[in-house]
Design a protein around this ligand. Structure first.
Ligand SMILES: Nc1ncnc2c1ncn2[C@@H]1O[C@H](COP(=O)(O)OP(=O)(O)O)[C@@H](O)[C@H]1O
Ligand SMILES: [Mg+2]
Length: 252
């Protein structure tokens, strides 16, 4: 789904954010990009979303060499990608439903189809009853779930998230990550940048460790992590129902 081949990224100020990154993420994987602040995590996501272009090397997304995508092709490319930001970038003077509907309005879907898909996406994040509220009437965790609903409403095959739990306390952060996991369970490829090592330790997910713009390590899922994940999952289920139900339908 994603391939970086000797990718370098130097910003206009001369700063080399990525210094020869090679990585492969298969379709259907859930992967964490970790590493200290400034390691290059966000830069990798920006290259995947075509917010930035590599200075050298190649970035492939969904079998497409992104170098072949011209500026006028970017909207279509992005419509196949779900993006979640730390600060969720919701429009405060629009309702929750209108915020989630945005990618579909841009795609020109009929109102009837938009209503149907928005309801499905809100259901998947457990917030169907909040559709008429404004973002600021929701808690931080709920706002982030709305951001996720908006990212999945167009049924992307690939979901990328930049520090999606950065503003959340540990319990809410785990709920958000488990929500991503549910989309991954139904086949969506998920790439999450996070410096929260403690959170990632809970999960049986692959991680790619970055340092100084290079891949410095890889940790495949292993048995100890799987056990930790199962334990945390169980305790979360008994401790709280705030995570909502599992997605009612698949997002694709
Ligand atoms: N738009 C930009 N212009 C100049 N330098 C940038 C820009 N974005 C990121 N950088 C620099 O590139 C390096 C990597 O940043 P980033 O990819 O945001 O790392 P991370 O997300 O791991 O914190 C940092 O030194 C950062 O200051
Ligand atoms: Mg970052």
């Amino acid at each position: 789904m994603i391939r970086f081949d000797q990718v370098h990224k130097r910003y206009a100020n001369g700063r080399e954010a990525l210094a020869g990154v090679t990585l492969n993420i298969a379709s259907g994987e859930m992967v964490f990009l970790t590493g200290h602040s400034g390691a290059g995590k966000s830069s990798i996501l920006k290259l995947i979303a075509l917010i930035e272009r590599p200075t050298r090397g190649q970035v492939w997304v969904d079998t497409q060499n992104t170098a072949t995508i011209r500026p006028r092709g970017i909207p279509e490319f992005r419509s196949r990608l779900g993006v979640v930001f730390q600060d969720h970038k919701l429009i405060v003077d629009r309702s929750v439903a209108e915020n989630v509907a945005l990618p579909l309005i841009i795609a020109g879907l009929s109102q009837r189809e938009i209503d149907k898909r928005v309801r499905a996406a809100l259901d998947q994040v457990g917030l169907l009853d909040k559709d008429k509220l404004r973002p600021l009437e929701l808690s931080t965790g709920e706002q982030q779930r709305i951001g996720i609903a908006r990212a999945v409403v167009a049924k992307p095959k690939l979901l990328i998230a930049d520090e999606p739990t950065g503003n959340l306390d540990p319990e809410l952060a785990l709920e958000i990550i488990q929500l991503f996991k549910r989309f991954n369970d139904v086949g969506v490829t998920v790439v999450i940048a996070s410096h929260d090592v403690h959170l990632i330790d809970h999960l049986n997910a692959r991680r790619i460790v970055l340092g100084e713009g290079r891949v410095t390590g890889e940790a495949p899922p292993h048995a100890a992590q799987a056990a930790a994940q199962a334990a945390s999952h169980a305790s979360l289920h008994t401790a709280s129902s705030a995570a909502g139900r599992p997605p009612a339908g698949t997002p694709r």
